[in-house]
Ligand binder design. Structure first.
Ligand SMILES: Nc1nc2c(ncn2[C@@H]2O[C@H](COP(=O)(O)OP(=O)(O)OP(=O)(O)O)[C@@H](O)[C@H]2O)c(=O)[nH]1
Ligand SMILES: [Mg+2]
Ligand SMILES: [Zn+2]
Length: 297
């Protein structure tokens, strides 16, 4: 029997929701555990009983994932862009933001940061903490989704056009609020299958794909909040490459394999001493380098 082409638009444990070429959504299982798929994957599937079976996953153009000490977790495949959302309050965990940006750079996915809840009095302090990111060339946008949805729509629509963007960030920063601001038929798109599997929870528990336009050439993906982000997929010796503020100076160190942790004539430490690399960023680099230098099991 001929296989059908489909797009994975939802994943709930062992269940996958596949969108067909004629825009139907079918609940699918995988043909064995070796068929490894995530939201965003283009797959081949066939009907089996009242559901479908995913037989194969087509090659991916990108994959965002994290490698914790004991497990790896893929967020989504075939992404063009990442929008990392932080809220003015509670204060963002800078390490989490930095790790997310490093994973995106490593995966070749362009990332931007969105500071949400700028209506809160803590917005100024949050803006200041994001300054090193602005300075290293990461676009930092601002919204107050609950208070000015129209402005958020105007700001974000052009940035999200003609591409697939994953929303990532800690729980409660406003990822699902953003989906609802941008996607007028969000509830309808998630559909009955997702609602049944997600059981009407307020906090998001799975990654879901939403089309932004009728033509279906732009999509945003909602995802659950997370608290840790392992980067064991990256070698300590390579780490500096993925931090633009550190990388900008690394070529001028005396040693080509400088770890920037105490060698003589280190251009990175010299730049940090001059204030050209923020102290918080230098600390982050050192902590991560240390973590990635430990023996792996
Ligand atoms: N003050 C303020 N609150 C906001 C704003 N945007 C969203 N919120 C509130 O923040 C809370 C959490 O928003 P969600 O969109 O559910 O957060 P989330 O990132 O999807 O969270 P998880 O699904 O748990 O990962 C809700 O109560 C929103 O109303 C904002 O601009 N200002
Ligand atoms: Mg959510
Ligand atoms: Zn150095």
């Amino acid at each position: 029997m001929a296989l059908n082409a489909g797009l994975v638009v939802g994943a709930h444990g062992r269940h996958f929701i596949v969108e067909t070429a004629d825009r139907q959504r079918v609940l699918c299982h995988r043909r064995g555990k070796k068929v490894d798929c995530v939201v965003g994957d283009r797959v081949q599937w066939e009907m089996a009983g009242d559901g479908g079976v995913i037989e194969a996953v087509l090659p991916r153009r990108s994959l965002l994932w994290r490698q914790d000490r004991w497990r790896s977790k893929s967020f989504a495949a075939n992404l063009d862009a990442l929008l990392v959302i932080v809220a003015a309050a509670p204060p963002m965990a800078e390490a989490l933001l930095a790790r997310t940006l490093i994973a995106a750079a490593h995966a070749g996915i362009a990332a931007q940061v969105l500071l949400n809840k700028t209506d809160l009095p803590e917005a100024g302090a949050a803006r200041a903490r994001l300054e090193p990111y602005r300075r290293m060339g990461v676009p930092v946008l601002e919204t107050s989704l609950d208070h000015d949805a129209a402005a958020a729509r105007e700001l974000l629509r052009p940035l999200l056009a003609r591409r697939v963007t994953l929303l990532l960030g800690a729980s409660g920063v406003g990822k699902s609020t953003l989906i609802n601001v941008l996607v007028s038929d969000a509830a309808a798109q998630v559909g009955a299958i997702s609602r049944a599997l997600n059981a009407g929870r307020h906090t998001t528990t799975t990654t879901s794909w939403y089309w932004l336009d009728r033509e279906r050439d732009a999509a945003v993906l909602d995802s659950p909040g997370f608290r840790e982000f392992g980067l064991q997929q990256i070698e300590a010796a390579d780490l500096a490459r993925w931090l633009p503020d550190v990388a900008a100076h690394a070529a001028h160190c005396r040693f080509a394999n400088c770890s920037h942790r105490g060698e003589p004539e280190c251009a990175v430490r010299a730049a940090a001493a001059r204030g050209e690399i923020a102290a918080s960023r230098m600390r982050l680099y050192e902590q991560l380098h240390e973590e990635l230098s430990r023996p792996r099991y």
